[in-house]
Design a protein around this ligand. Structure first.
Ligand SMILES: C[S@@+](CC[C@H](N)C(=O)[O-])C[C@H]1O[C@@H](n2cnc3c(N)ncnc32)[C@H](O)[C@@H]1O
Length: 337
């Protein structure tokens, strides 16, 4: 993260150190739905406070701070309008960021990041150290936290799907199984682009239960299956997508998941892992901070191409190619070895 133009090193560092304050302020604006309220044009802080049931002087201070970093723009008379950056917080934005902002400012999420030092000292997963359970069990028992997470994944998937569809050709497949595909946003985008393709959405039962809205127009071509990838993965596909799954787990567990996929996949099937791939030093902070997020939250890691190669080999696959996309994720393709 290089400094801004003419910024002194100490000023750069102060800006980076205080970055969590910006993040939390965006979280509050996203949670209050401010961007949707500004969709039709500028509104006053007073008006926004009435619409969000908040304390007007404090809301003004929040919006003023966010205007100073380009999320909103302050115009005459304590009025605010959207900037192109803030526009991405709208719920119907083409690349919605709001659900992610809502998730990462949640108290349990911040508390877990607050335990990063523990992970760095011990190598242990901060979430488990704090809560005595893994993050999936925690969310399963807290439907509201689970719903916030699922919405964040849906938002991320909408963004990634456009980029993956632009970079990778699915036309040779007849049935795509999305393994741990959340509530179907990614699979839905693929099926919508390829009208003769069939799909299977597979995830935990309480997660796929929320998929009707995403897949309702595709019911005739899409089967929805609830289960655990530690037990079995649905058979019958010729492409098996794992998007943002392997990075949630350490190598040992990721190998178990891949072996279940290997059992389900035919001899000529394709494994399509959609994830960030750790590349050159000093670049791509999004990938490297996502890796820290994996360390503290689910207890996994982002991987280099060589690490994917080893992981695939341990589960009976060979890596046949890596296709980059414009949003940072790649399609890491495997075939039965
Ligand atoms: C990071 S999310 C990614 C979701 C989706 N692939 C996407 O990119 O939007 C990880 C997913 O793994 C699912 N998951 C976790 N444990 C699972 C299990 N044992 N069996 C099946 N799915 C599981 C979660 O429910 C969640 O939807």
């Amino acid at each position: 993260m290089p400094g801004q133009l003419n910024e002194k090193p100490a000023a750069t560092l102060f800006r980076l150190v205080n970055g969590y304050q910006v993040s939390q302020a965006i979280h509050v604006a996203a949670t209050l739905g401010i961007a949707d309220l500004l969709h039709d044009g500028p509104r006053s802080a007073e008006d926004l406070a009435a619409a969000t049931n908040t304390h007007e002087p404090s809301l003004y201070r929040l919006l003023r701070a966010l205007a100073s970093v380009g999320v909103f723009r302050e115009v005459d008379g304590h009025q605010f309008e959207l900037t192109p950056v803030g526009d991405c917080l709208r719920s119907d934005a083409p690349e919605p960021v709001g659900p992610w902002a809502t998730l990462i400012g949640e108290a349990y999420y911040r508390q877990t990041w607050g335990h990063l030092l523990h992970s760095v000292r011990t190598g242990e997963n901060a979430f488990r150290a704090l809560h005595g359970m893994d993050v999936w069990t925690y969310r399963e028992g807290r439907p509201e936290a689970g719903a916030v997470f699922d919405r964040a994944m849906t938002g991320m998937s909408r963004r990634a799907a456009e980029a993956v569809l632009a970079a990778y050709d699915f036309s040779r497949f007849s049935c795509v199984v999305d393994v741990a595909g959340g509530q179907g946003a990614f699979l839905g985008a693929i099926l919508s682009r390829y009208p003769s393709l069939r799909g299977v959405l597979f995830d935990q039962p309480h997660v796929v239960a929320g998929s009707e809205g995403t897949l309702s127009a595709l019911v005739e071509r899409c089967q929805v299956v609830g289960g655990s990838f530690f037990d079995a993965v649905p058979e019958g596909g010729d492409a098996y997508v794992l998007k943002a799954i392997l990075h949630d787990w350490d190598d040992e567990v990721a190998t178990v998941i891949l072996r279940e996929c290997r059992k389900a996949i035919g001899a000529s099937g394709s494994l399509l892992v959609v994830e960030q791939v750790v590349g050159a030093p000093n670049l791509e902070p999004a990938t490297k901070f996502s890796d820290l997020n994996m360390l503290v939250m689910p207890g996994g890691r982002e991987r280099t191409r060589e690490e994917f190669e080893r992981l695939f080999a341990a589960a009976g696959f060979r890596l046949v190619g890596v296709t980059p996309t414009i949003v940072g994720v790649c399609v890491v393709e495997g075939a039965p070895a």
